[in-house]
Ligand binder design. Sequence first.
Ligand code: PHE
Length: 451
Amino acid sequence: MARETWATRMGFILAAVGSAVGLGNIWRFPFITGQEGGGAFLLLYLLFVVLIGFPAILVEFVIGRYTELNPVGAIRELGSGAWNYLGWLFVVTGFVTLSYYSVVAGWFLRYTLIGVTDGYALAGPEEATALYGSVTTGLDSLLFHAVFMALVIGIIAAGVRRGIEVGVKVMVPAIIVVLVGLAAYAFTLDAAGAAYAYYLTPDFGYLAANWTSILPAAAGQAFFTLSLGMGVMITYASYLGEDRNLATDAGIIAALDTLIAVIVGFVVFPFLFAAGIEPGGPGPSAIFVSLTSAFTGIPGGRIIGIVFFAMVGIAALSSAISILEVLVSYLIDEFDVERVPASVAIGVAVFLLGVPVTIDLIFLGLYDNLAGGVLLVLGSLLLALFVGWVIPDVARNELEKGIGSLGGLGTAWIWIVRIPIVIVVLVSLYLGVVGYVDFLTGGFAEWLAAR
Ligand code: PHE
């Protein structure tokens, strides 16, 4: 049977944008930015998107389009020996990432429902934080995790691609419109000036003193938000029938994804500052606490809130789908399993792995620091090494299809992938591992000891 390709010419871009835009932009970006000192982090993150993220998208695109295989099969076809294990890394990364991603997405569903039943009128930040606490732990969290995973499984089992394309086409512009509106409202807050200063002015002294945590955080966030390092973009490019200009596509994806994250910062920080909350304090609750105060203050806030939380839920769905698709396409291609049982089996396993996160938020740190700080970075490093050193000629030819030689751009790309990217990502990975070991022996060990 011929492998499916994208229904429309735009389909591929839409699906890739749908994968990139999600909780990484709206939930993860603002809280990591807050934890890592604001402007200093933003600067590094933007640099990483342009200098590392964009070439790394192309790395995955050429592998996928050239082989027309799932990531595990693709690497096996192109490489040999130990490279075959790279596919396994993707599978592990996909499992871990989707398991907590679904839990957090479930919170957005829950917040949507809260808007419908009660509205967001809250007395102040304490109440907003208390609400977050009740949403994120216990049976509610488990229930909405289950609902979200059921949706993801359903879509992947049905193999509906057209649905994704249409959904993204409506959702991404809508998210931008609402975010810009919220940012405009945030602009009128007295605290906006201080918030912008924090968010936009890089404090180089702070950067110099804290680069060992800012650097890996920025690299991890760049890979996470662009859906890199676990084969998603390989998988999506494997369904590309035609030889189109991959660089344009990668540019569009990176630009849209970054735009959305940056606007989220213009919403979150003014509201946190207005509520007198330290930007680094709230951690994963940052977006929820700031948005519920926003929706409390704005006329029509309840409706806007419901629509916005629901849209984020849908954006999360189009990202989650891309992760499960990697795992399922692997099982289908490699073991000849049917799509429906493959989707259900893997989906249920992912759900179970996520259950601890609904019980105690320490597991959110355990999973997210592992995926974002270590696994995605490692996957991206190995992919860069693979393309830069193992298959450089194949990769360059593949990139130049649909672009032309562009005066040596392909060669420049290979060299960027070969050396600077490898070095920066290697350093980030090292620091990420050190940070994770610190977390395991520090915060997590304390938590365990307290049981
Ligand atoms: N990029 C997605 C987001 O920002 C998350 C994701 C990570 C999806 C890795 C696929 C792979 O929400």
